[in-house]
Write a protein that binds this ligand. Structure first.
Ligand code: NAP
Length: 273
């Protein structure tokens, strides 16, 4: 069986360790290299030992530049600044990338779009199958309920999460806004305080909860007069994201340059929303 060779950058992080486990669990993937930033205490450690799957003979490097090669897929769940630096390395080396990092600003997302003209990139705010199905269901609900409901997106995550609202909540908002021919930037309301005035129907509200070890909950709420519909997804383990990302790495290996998302990997029709 052909093996997809994978490099995990940020291999000491919560997702990095899960990715190493998920790669190890498959027959058709192999971890060939791993990195952390040069000051990390994990540099020099075996990536498999750190992830709890036993020694794999892959030492965590503090120098990502030496690890990128054309035939290797890079999986990146790190921080926006690190992801953009890795993107430059991938462009130079021709390595396909799977990017799960959230919290990238508009310029960062544009840099990914530009890089995708040169290399194949799978970029998704959420790599779980259930969440990607939820994007579609929420878009369908928005189309059917249209202007008759108020739409709110509620998300909850663990106390360590550094960006808000979550990339998934924003992705859900994009999917719903697109289905309704609204521009999310124009209609999003991020939190409310004080005398806010009455709610405007066109808006899409976001509410953020942070605490404990919540892996990731998302609800799309469609509230009308006399009834409301809630579509909820709850992730109970980060493994669901890691498995989705590794599946994406296998899929993107050998693909032509372009920007892909989880819908492509799952075979959803392109015309979402
Ligand atoms: P985390 O535990 O903080 O992991 C990030 C890792 O990247 C840390 O080990 C960090 O090291 C390391 N890092 C920082 N700069 C680096 C560099 N220049 N080179 C290599 N490694 C570097 O965070 P996490 O919970 O794993 O989440 C990581 C990202 O994935 C976040 O943006 C999160 O929102 C996103 N995420 C996406 C999905 C999805 O499905 N798309 C799912 C879960 C999480 P230090 O700690 O030493 O800085």
């Amino acid at each position: 069986m052909a093996e997809t060779e994978i490099v995990v950058v940020g291999a000491g992080g919560r997702m990095g360790r899960m990715l190493v486990q998920a790669i190890h669990a498959r027959q058709d993937t192999r971890l060939v290299a791993a990195s952390e930033h040069s000051d990390s205490p994990f540099v020099g450690q075996d990536a498999g030992e750190l992830a709890g799957v036993g020694a794999l003979g892959v030492e965590i490097s503090g120098d990502a530049a030496s690890l990128f090669r054309p035939g290797r897929v890079v999986i990146d769940f790190t921080l926006p600044g690190a992801t953009l630096a890795h993107l430059e390395l991938a462009k130079k080396s021709g390595s396909p990338m799977v990017i799960g990092t959230t919290g990238l600003d508009a310029a960062g997302r544009e840099a990914i779009r530009q890089a995708a003209q040169l290399i194949p990139i799978v970029f998704a705010p959420n790599f779980s199958v259930g969440v990607n199905l939820m994007f579609r269901l929420a878009a369908e609900a928005a189309k059917a309920l249209g202007e008759s409901v108020d739409i709110e997106i509620i998300e909850a995550h663990h106390r360590h999460k550094v960006d808000a609202p979550s990339g998934t909540a924003l992705g859900l908002g994009e999917s719903i806004a697109k289905a309704l021919d609204r521009n999310l930037q124009d209609v999003a309301v991020y939190g409310r305080e004080g005398h806010t005035g009455a709610r405007e129907r066109q808006t899409i509200g976001f509410a953020t909860v942070r605490g404990g070890d919540i892996v990731g909950d998302h609800t799309a709420l469609f509230a009308g007069d006399g009834e409301r519909l809630e579509i909820t997804h709850r992730a109970s383990s980060r493994m669901t994201f890691a498995q989705g990302a590794v599946r994406a790495a296998v899929w993107v290996s050998g693909k032509k340059a372009g920007l892909y998302d989880m819908g492509d990997i799952l075979g959803f029709e392109k015309n979402r929303g």
